[in-house]
Structures are given as C-alpha cells and as structure tokens.
Design a protein around this ligand. Structure first.
Ligand SMILES: NC(=O)c1ccc[n+]([C@@H]2O[C@H](COP(=O)([O-])OP(=O)(O)OC[C@H]3O[C@@H](n4cnc5c(N)ncnc54)[C@H](OP(=O)(O)O)[C@@H]3O)[C@@H](O)[C@H]2O)c1
Length: 313
C-alpha cells in the first residue's frame, strides 16, 4: 500500500451518493484523516438531503457522521451558471451521479466544471475505454463520453483524471444482462469464450479513487486504469463450476447475432451493452500495469465476489 505523506489538502465535491458515490465518499472520508485541512462535500438534491425515507435517511446520516458537508443543487434542473457557482467553491469535483438525465448530462457537467475554474475534474467515466471502442459503437451513450474527453483535452485550465474501471463486477451476473443464466446453468459468452472483460466492484473503485485523488506525484490529464479482475467468459464458466460445484454450459452469442437482436429493438439499453462488449475492443485490459497492481492495493476478484454472493445459488 502506498505510503502517503505530506499531501496537499483539497476541498472536494462529490456529485451524487448512489452505488458509486457512497463508496467513494466513505473512502475519501477515511483517507482525508491523513491529510489535514482537507474537506469533503457531497452534492445532492435538497429533497434527498431532507428525505424522511428511512433507508436514504440512514445514508445521509452516515455521511454527516463522517464529517461530509451537504451541498444542495440539482444537476438536471439548475443552469450551467448556477452549478458553476457551486463547483467554484471547491478544488476538486468528482462526478458520481451516473447518467442522471440521459446522454446530455456528462457534457453539461464537464462544461460546468470548465466554467467554474475548478482545479481538477474527475468526470463520471468509471467504465470502459471509450477511445479504443471509438465513435459509432452499438452503445451510443459512449459517444457522449467521447465528447467529454475531447472537451477536456482541448483546454489546459482544468486538470482532468479519468478512472477506467471496466464493468461493475455485479453487473456481469445481473439476471437482466443474461450473460450468466442460473436457471439453465449456462454462460452466454459475448462474442466468444476467449473474449475478456475487466471487472471492478464499486467498493474497490471507492478505495482506489480516494487513493488516486491524493496520490503524489499528482495525476493530471490522464487515464488511470483499475482492474479487480480481467477474465474471459470461458474462465467465468470454469470459475462458477468451481465455486458452485456443478457444471455450467458454454454458449456463444456472436457479434452478428447480437447486432440482429439490437436491430429488432434499437432502443434496448442492455442489448446495446451486449453488442459492444461482444466486439471485444476497449472492454478489458490486463491487471498487470493497473493502478491497484502497481500500488499493491488488494481488490476483489470475480471468484472472491462469486464466493461471497452466491453461497446458496
Ligand atoms: N462500469 C459500470 O459498469 C458502471 C459504471 C457506472 C454506473 N453503472 C451502473 O449505473 C448505475 C448508476 O450508478 P451510479 O452510482 O453512477 O448512480 P446511482 O446509483 O443511480 O446514483 C446517482 C446519484 O446521483 C444523484 N442524483 C440523481 N439525479 C440527480 C440530480 N438531478 N441532481 C443531483 N443529484 C442527482 C442520486 O440521488 P437521489 O438519491 O436523489 O436519486 C444518487 O445519489 C448503477 O446501477 C450502476 O450499476 C455501471
């Protein structure tokens, strides 16, 4: 683990506190104890901050208990100017609000970040390697992420850092994704059994993001790669057999088959993801060379995740 000493204090704003934002905030609150003078805030809608829904309220209370300040704003309904005034109060802004209102939001928030004069911006790009995939892929949302990269690269005032994480580990096993079909004990490989996918859990992304934010020498204007695990679909089938102690059939959904499926249903979000992952470009990278490997920070492998989550499957 990196020994982080004499770090520069930062005033950090995290956008959103959902599946990704919560672990990022929890880990920032932990790391910030090593960096005197740093402050963590989270931007949420006023209605969320003052919620009486018990589950959400528990999370808000937890964040307050960690010393995290609440900042009320609406990323969809507030104007670029209003949001820029909010961002301007911080050194670092980390986007963890997902796509919120669809494909316009990433560009809106990047525009806000540049307008605000914030020193460093981490856009919500915790995913695949959009440049390697390229424009015009089956997942059109990825083009919006490329627009953001072009905007950030075309200027020098605001430093940016992109954290590439691959797919959230749990998503590979989501019934709606249908790659792992537990009803028929089948793995439906996307493209081929030899195609790989990089997987990282949101908890590990939280741990690693907090380290990256304070890492010295400072990351600026670069893509930092993470990998909890990088596995082929064939390895996923073998891993499930090992963890669950029963055979799994291997089926291949080819690119032409998945493209035909998408043509029948062109707005189907999951079908877009299946097709782009099947093409096998920019969706996996070796674990060696990732930030977590270089810094010897332990992360959750697919097998560890499956053992923990599928004890009774
Ligand atoms: N690589 C990947 O596989 C990958 C990467 C990222 C995300 N995802 C998937 O995408 C989904 C989204 O994950 P996520 O953590 O990014 O998002 P999320 O869990 O949906 O959380 C979004 C956060 O943004 C807040 N928010 C929503 N609208 C807002 C607005 N108008 N103004 C201010 N805040 C607003 C939400 O607050 P409220 O509580 O008020 O709604 C919530 O705190 C997850 O299901 C995840 O599996 C996958």
């Amino acid at each position: 683990m990196t020994q982080v000493t004499q770090l520069s204090p930062q005033s950090i704003l995290v956008l959103g506190a959902g599946e990704l934002g919560l672990p990022v905030l929890r880990n920032l609150a932990r790391v910030v104890k090593r960096v005197s003078g740093s402050k963590i805030s989270v931007l949420l809608r006023e209605s969320t901050i003052s919620t009486q829904l018990s589950e959400k309220k528990l999370e808000i209370d937890e964040l307050r208990g960690l010393g995290i300040q609440m900042v009320a704003a609406d990323l969809v309904n507030d104007s670029i100017e209003q949001l820029a005034e909010v961002f301007a109060r911080f050194d670092t802004v980390i986007g963890c609000a997902g796509m919120v209102a669809g494909r316009e939001t990433p560009m809106k928030l990047a525009t806000v970040a540049l307008k605000s004069g914030v020193k460093r911006y981490f856009p919500w790009q915790f995913g695949v390697d959009f440049e390697v995939i390229g424009r015009g892929s089956p997942q059109d949302l990825f083009d919006a992420q490329l627009d953001v990269r072009e905007l950030l690269r075309a200027q020098e005032k605001t430093e940016w850092v992109i954290i590439s994480t691959g797919m959230f580990t749990s998503f590979l096993f989501e019934p709606v994704f249908e790659v792992v079909d537990f009803e028929n004990d089948t793995v439906n490989a996307l493209g081929s059994l030899e195609n790989s996918v990089t997987l990282t859990t949101p908890d590990d992304i939280g741990t690693l993001t907090a380290e990256i934010v304070f890492f010295e020498p400072r990351f600026r204007n670069e893509i930092v790669y993470l990998s909890g695990d990088t596995v082929t679909y064939g390895q996923v089938a073998s891993m499930l057999e090992h963890v669950l102690g029963r055979p799994f059939k291997r089926n291949v959904w080819t690119v032409p088959f998945l493209m035909q499926e998408l043509e029948k249903d062109p707005a189907h979000h999951i079908k877009k993801y299946r097709a782009v992952f099947a093409q096998g470009r920019g969706v996996a990278w070796p674990k060696a060379g990732t930030f977590n490997e270089r810094e010897s920070i332990p992360v959750t492998t697919a097998e560890q995740w499956a053992k923990k989550n599928f004890a009774n499957k």
